[in-house]
Design a protein around this ligand. Structure first.
Ligand SMILES: Nc1ncnc2c1ncn2[C@@H]1O[C@H](COP(=O)(O)OP(=O)(O)O)[C@@H](O)[C@H]1O
Ligand SMILES: O=P(O)(O)OC[C@H](O)CO
Length: 500
């Protein structure tokens, strides 16, 4: 058996990919699913639809590869992180829509905890910010709003999970209720120092321990799929949140190596080695992966609006019809002519963590045109990334030698050149852009011994294109100074209106 099946459950679509023993893609299937925005700031998914699309993709990819499940050596699962599912153990039925990582409904809960002076304590224990982004307040919200849920949770009738746990429960026919340490480290319920769920955190957020999944390694066999789901029992040997998996898939195995994924949001992760590094600049400290003789932590900067800015140009402003058109539109002008966009549509993530910030366009004149706005949008994606790299440097990280990139918007050459120019560091795009699925496959393949070492996997990683910085330092400094002024003016914007 020399193939691995990767299940890649993302924010906007479910994907499955079959890889051969050389790490080549044999087959791929993808299905988009519905995004629900029932109220301003709320984002939900139908957990059943997540499951159905994911399993349909798995079956489709196997069929396209011409492989029965029995011929697959291992399954790797990677997932949108933090998104919170609550289900009934007896039936496996979700009790409510999944609350997605982007959802801000628990902003007031987080604010109350911050006002109580909990933020530093929580940060020291979890490596995270007290922000609605993470799972704990989402789960507390479900327990408080789904009738009877809290009592049933305490009685052990319910299960909580991030999307990995939800998929693994059903993939195993209800036998596995597990999550890996990387996904657990995004919940606000996990102690980085202990490498375990934490009673004090559970108490702070009001979460019964009986709800929590068992912690397992990211790399290594944790169970197998139920024969009736895919047609055969297959070892499940890799689990990782999608950003952790992408870091693995980019072969960022050595401390100091970093990748940035330009999807809906942007997620910059730097491998910090076998020790968690506490950030003093409001980056996240998080588990990368563990198992198979490996253990890595990461510093992470999370940006909420990355490629989603381009979606807004398409769906909100209507100045492009397809995301890829933004490149030609932005290239139709030599620069943004002073226009600066702050894409704080849902507040600002790292390193600002400002729920009250709102999006803004500065520097508009009578000469401002769609091209300038498109260019400002691409610059905003890159400038947010520059802020993360600056925060990493301020945290004492070694200077970045290159930035490995992936995700949908990394296909945009102009954006990648702007990124290299504004960072002053080469940006390298690999041949294999599906690094998330590849990372999950790599974890699973290592987990069953199909591959023997990370050195073997790193040797396979190949650059497709390298973007060298070409902007004079003075010009870069001026653009960064202008960006910082724009950020300052956007911060706290919605506070007066009492909005989240
Ligand atoms: N050529 C492009 N230039 C800029 N942005 C793009 C381009 N193609 C896709 N995008 C953006 O990339 C995002 C999709 O990337 P993807 O990695 O599939 O996201 P996710 O995994 O978050 O669903 C969308 O937000 C889209 O607007
Ligand atoms: O599904 P993506 O690629 O948008 O990634 C989502 C992140 O895991 C959220 O933390």
């Amino acid at each position: 058996m020399r193939h691995v099946l990767a299940l890649d459950q993302g924010t906007t679509s479910s994907r499955a990919m079959v890889f051969d023993a050389e790490g080549r893609v044999c087959a791929c299937a993808q299905r988009e699913f519905a995004q629900h925005y029932p109220r301003p700031g709320w984002v939900e998914h139908d957990a059943q639809e997540i499951l159905d699309t994911q399993l349909a993709c798995a079956r489709e990819a196997l069929a396209a590869a011409g492989l029965p499940a029995a011929a697959v050596a291992a399954i790797g699962v990677t997932n949108q992180r933090e998104t919170t599912v609550l289900w009934e153990r007896a039936s496996g039925r979700a009790l409510a829509p999944a609350i997605v990582w982007q959802d801000r409904r628990t902003a007031a809960h987080c604010e109350r905890l911050r006002a109580d002076g909990c933020a530093d304590w929580v940060r020291a224990r979890t490596g995270l910010e007290l922000d609605p982004y993470f799972s704990a307040t989402k789960l507390a919200w479900l327990l408080d709003h789904v009738p009877g849920a809290r009592a049933r949770a305490e009685a052990g009738e319910l299960a909580f999970g991030t999307v990995d746990s939800w998929l693994l429960w059903h993939l195993s026919g209800g036998r596995l209720h597990v999550t890996d340490h990387g996904n657990a480290s995004r919940t606000l319920l996990y102690s980085l120092a202990d490498g375990n769920w934490d009673d004090a955190l559970c108490e702070l957020f009001g979460i019964p321990r009986a709800l929590l999944p068992r912690l397992v390694d990211s790399i290594g066999v944790c169970g197998e799929s139920a024969a009736e789901v895919l047609g055969a029992a297959v070892p499940i040997a890799g689990i990782g949140g999608d950003q952790q998996a992408a870091t693995f898939g980019q072969a960022c195995f050595a401390p100091g190596m970093a990748k940035n994924t330009y999807g809906t949001g942007c997620f910059l992760l730097m491998n910090t080695g076998a020790q968690a590094v506490a950030s003093h600049n409001r980056l996240l400290s998080t588990v990368g992966w563990r198992g198979g003789g490996l253990s890595a932590y990461a510093l992470e900067g999370s940006i909420f609006m990355g490629g989603a800015v381009v979606q807004w140009l398409r769906d909100g402003l209507g100045i492009i019809r397809h995301a890829a058109e933004v490149e030609a539109l932005a290239a139709s002008v030599p620069d943004s002519a002073g226009v600066v966009m702050v894409p704080a549509f849902t507040g600002l993530g790292a390193p600002w963590w400002d729920s009250h910030a709102r999006g803004a366009l500065f520097g508009l004149t009578r000469g401002s045109a769609a091209g300038h706005i498109a260019r400002a949008a691409l610059e905003a994606i890159a400038l947010q990334t520059v802020d993360l790299v600056a925060a990493m440097k301020a945290d004492g990280a070694a200077p970045l030698r290159e930035l490995r990139v992936d995700g949908g918007a990394a296909a945009n050459d102009l954006l990648m050149q702007i990124q290299a120019d504004l960072l002053g560091v080469p940006v390298v795009r690999p041949q294999m852009l599906e690094t998330t699925a590849l990372g999950a496959a790599m974890m699973a393949g290592l987990g069953v011994g199909l591959w023997s070492s990370t050195a073997e996997l790193a040797a396979r990683w190949q650059a497709a294109r390298r973007f060298e910085p070409a902007l004079p330092d003075g010009r870069r400094d001026a653009l960064l100074a202008r960006w910082r002024r724009a950020i300052e003016r956007s911060r706290g914007w919605a506070a007066d209106e009492g909005e989240a």
